[in-house]
Design a protein around this ligand. Structure first.
Ligand code: B12
Length: 281
């Protein structure tokens, strides 16, 4: 891709004026177009990873992503925190940043590593910087009201990729869900105990590696066999499902969501909202 993102205003989600993410949940066409543009953009980021980001007075989400990637690669944690902090003023802007800066830059980091253009150490450092950046916003995220009920978000057993589920957990939390996030490589019994103790009606399982899917099947089978009173629905997501359309059914899930917003649409379609708000955190 040779065009610069700043030359493509149609790809740009304005960071200041746009209230919400550029998804239209009712329109699969818009969703597919967004995903195609995102893939193109990641490839543009990879190609321009070592090109200094231009100085601009009206940065788009994509120029921010370019600047953020440069900070990860330098590596400059302070610059990554500063670029993020200059942009984020509201929870809606955290969501935009998670989806349109953190996700594509981490994919670009993965591609740069797979192409041998950065070392495994640089990839680890970039991941650590992103984790530090995200942690700045927990005082804000965790203070928001969460009246929609408790849910579990977990990375499946054997799965060490945890930024994806963390990002999902944060976006669910910012949309009113009371999220219990377990982190990476969570044993099935821990997940079952947690669902039981908080009476979660949903468990959301993130998986990146296809090789982890056997463990996902086992986790879901154990959740079903536990016959929990809250009868939790199992929502799955993550890159492990991107190659074959039916994998989510093979593992026994109730639903596959391509991104956090598809996930929210599923949760909201399957729960009656506004139940006992005084009992909700
Ligand atoms: C950081 C990283 C690591 C770190 C993870 C550290 C951590 N604390 O998370 C470490 C070093 C541990 C690691 C290890 C490995 N990694 Co790695 N890693 C990555 C990297 C660069 C970034 C991951 C990330 O943060 N992505 C950003 C998040 C936000 O995206 P996401 O997870 O896809 O989540 C989004 C969606 O998928 C969706 N989603 C995800 N889950 C869910 C769940 C629900 C319910 C919903 C609704 C939505 C949803 O929403 C999220 C937000 O949009 C990726 C590159 C990539 N393409 O992701 C490689 C990558 C995933 N790793 C890869 C590999 C090969 C490995 C190793 C096998 C390497 C090795 N030989 O040891 C190991 C496996 C370890 C294991 N058992 O899990 C490959 C996988 C290739 C493949 N097709 O299988 C990738 C793609 C790199 C590459 N380009 O080749 N890795």
């Amino acid at each position: 891709m040779s065009t610069s993102p700043s030359e493509r205003p149609d790809l740009v989600c304005d960071p200041i004026t746009n209230a919400g993410p550029p998804y239209d949940l009712r329109s699969p066409e818009v969703h597919i177009r967004n995903e195609v543009e995102r893939i193109r953009f990641i490839s543009w980021l990879v190609d321009h990873a070592h090109t200094p980001p231009p100085e601009t007075t009206a940065p788009s989400m994509q120029t921010y992503a370019h600047q953020y990637l440069a900070a990860l690669l330098k590596p400059d944690a302070r610059a990554a925190v500063r670029i993020t902090g200059d942009h984020i003023k509201t929870p809606a802007q955290i969501e935009l940043w998670w989806e349109h800066v953190i996700q594509p830059t981490m994919y670009a980091i993965g591609d740069l590593w797979a192409q041998g253009r950065i070392s495994v150490g640089q990839e680890h450092l970039a991941t650590a910087i992103t984790q530090r950046v995200m942690s700045v916003y927990y005082p804000l995220i965790l203070e928001l009201p969460r009246p929609k009920g408790p849910i579990v978000v977990t990375a499946s057993p054997g799965e060490y990729h945890e930024i994806g589920p963390r990002l999902v957990a944060d976006i669910f939390e910012m949309n009113g869900w009371d999220v219990y996030y377990t982190g990476a490589n969570t044993p099935a019994l821990t997940v079952i105990d947690l669902i039981q103790s908080i009476e979660a009606r949903f468990v959301c399982v993130s998986t990146t590696l296809v090789t982890s899917l056997r463990a996902v099947s086992s986790l879901i089978a154990q959740v079903r066999a536990a016959n929990l009173p809250s009868q939790p629905k199992v929502l799955v997501g993550g890159q492990a499902y991107s190659q074959t359309a039916t994998l989510w059914q093979d593992v026994g899930a109730d639903h596959l969501a391509a991104n956090p917003y598809d996930g929210i649409a599923y949760l909201e379609a399957h729960v009656s909202l506004g139940v006992e708000p005084e009992n909700r955190r």
